[in-house]
Design a protein around this ligand. Structure first.
Ligand code: HEM
Length: 140
């Protein structure tokens, strides 16, 4: 069973990360679009569907299966596992920020610049690098 659970964990993680890398990029363009324009309204639909249809469910599945793997084989022990969970908690915090930004855009109340979203876009990529090294190399 362990290999199967791990396979579905990785599928969920890929889906979650795809959204986490793409959503802030959409927001870079959305922040440049004029409020009330067709582009702005289209970005609202894209952001809502990406968040509700992919990112939110993928995050839940990644967490549930990841915690099961961490408990069933590693008993929640190991420096790499603790560090990985810490980085995933930070990633989940970024997820929470994106939810807030989607709501602000939907209400035409975004005040952040395209540059802000460009910088925010880099954070999940850096976290992913650390998470994957920790779980595969297990350096400590
Ligand atoms: C949500 C909380 C998460 C927990 C508790 C968790 C925990 C785990 C555990 C215990 C394993 C099994 C490791 C092994 O068998 O050696 C695993 C596998 C894996 N995790 Fe996570 N994980 C989480 C999220 C993530 C995220 C966000 C990523 C990527 C960005 C990720 C990437 C991977 C990969 C690539 C594997 C397969 C490693 C291998 O081939 O052994 N995980 N995870």
């Amino acid at each position: 069973m362990y290999e199967w659970i791990k396979a579905f964990h990785v599928v969920a993680v890929i889906s979650w990360m795809a959204g986490m890398l793409y959503l802030p990029r959409l927001m870079v363009y959305h922040a440049e679009a004029q409020i009330g324009s067709i582009q702005s309204e289209t970005f609202k639909v894209m952001e809502r569907r990406l968040l509700k249809g992919i990112i939110n469910p993928a995050m839940i599945v990644a967490w549930v299966l990841g915690l099961y793997l961490a408990w069933s084989v590693f008993g929640f022990k190991g420096g790499w596992l603790h560090a990985k969970i810490l980085l995933v908690l930070i990633l989940s915090g970024i997820h929470g920020m994106l939810v807030k930004h989607v709501r602000n855009f939907a209400a035409d109340k975004n005040e952040k610049s395209p540059r802000y979203f460009r910088i925010l876009n880099e954070v999940p990529a850096v976290l992913m690098l650390g998470i994957v090294i920790l779980v595969i190399v297990k350096p400590f």
